[in-house]
Design a protein around this ligand. Structure first.
Ligand code: B16
Ligand code: MG
Length: 221
């Protein structure tokens, strides 16, 4: 198939790529752990990035050596989420990470399709608060998938909604689990952050101001 911009798809992770909601996740999980009588470090928190809510809770409880029933875990996850939603409800456009808005606008102007591929069940609120929502052709988040990254489901669904073949998709990810998900989906990956945390990415940049539409298109041609 001849590749033109209309059959290229860009799939963006949310937390750590477009916005830094990780600080709010960390605060809400830390408060929850403290209420249970233990703490965890920022280094441990790195392992929660890209991981869905219930899996994150399981990891934190394991770090604290605390066991809970399934029903108790539901209550704890809800408590954390309520605190988190309270914080993200106050987010503004100023919290969009450097280069994100310009790259999304440039991609849109060039006719390349754009989807969200996030583990979060709160992506709708975040995209609305930060003004990014109108730039997306499709949204796939934690409400639409049964598996968590590194399973490629979230990105394959995004490609399907965009009507673009997987090999014509480029994923933007800040978490190792997300890079693995993109590779499992046979997609190209742009890693955001430190190369050591993004093994297998085709290119690694520190934020979205570090790449142009031309460089993105060149990745699949
Ligand atoms: P929620 P992403 C992920 O977002 C976060 O990195 C991760 O820390 C969080 O646990 C997960 O979303 C679920 O979020 O509790 O809001 O459903 O990086 O996949 O955009
Ligand atoms: Mg992320």
């Amino acid at each position: 198939m001849h590749i033109n911009n209309q059959n290229i798809g860009c799939l963006f992770d949310l937390d750590g790529v477009l916005v830094d909601t990780a600080v709010y996740h960390y605060k809400a999980w830390k408060d929850l752990a403290n209420s249970l009588g233990f703490d965890f470090t920022e280094a441990q928190n790195e392992h929660l990035k890209g991981v869905n809510r219930m899996r994150s809770l399981d990891m934190i409880l394991e770090w604290g050596g605390v066991e809970k029933t399934a029903a108790e875990k539901e209550v704890l996850a809800t408590t954390k989420n309520e605190a988190y939603v309270k914080m993200i409800s106050k987010m503004t456009e100023s919290e969009v990470l450097p280069g994100s808005l310009k790259l999304l606008q440039d991609l849109k102007a060039s006719g390349i399709k754009i989807a969200l591929g996030s583990a979060s069940k709160n992506s709708g609120l975040i995209l609305e608060r930060t003004g990014l929502a109108p730039l997306f052709d499709a949204i796939v988040d934690g409400n639409h998938v049964g598996t968590s990254k590194p399973d490629p489901e979230v990105f394959l669904k995004g490609a399907g909604l965009l009507g673009v073949e997987a090999q014509h998709c480029i994923v933007f990810e800040d978490a190792q689990a997300g890079v693995q998900a993109a590779i499992a989906g046979k997609m190209k990956v742009v890693g955001i952050g430190q190369a050591a945390n993004l093994m297998g990415a085709d290119v690694v940049i520190s934020d979205l101001s570090g790449i142009t539409v031309e460089e993105i298109v060149a990745l699949i041609k």
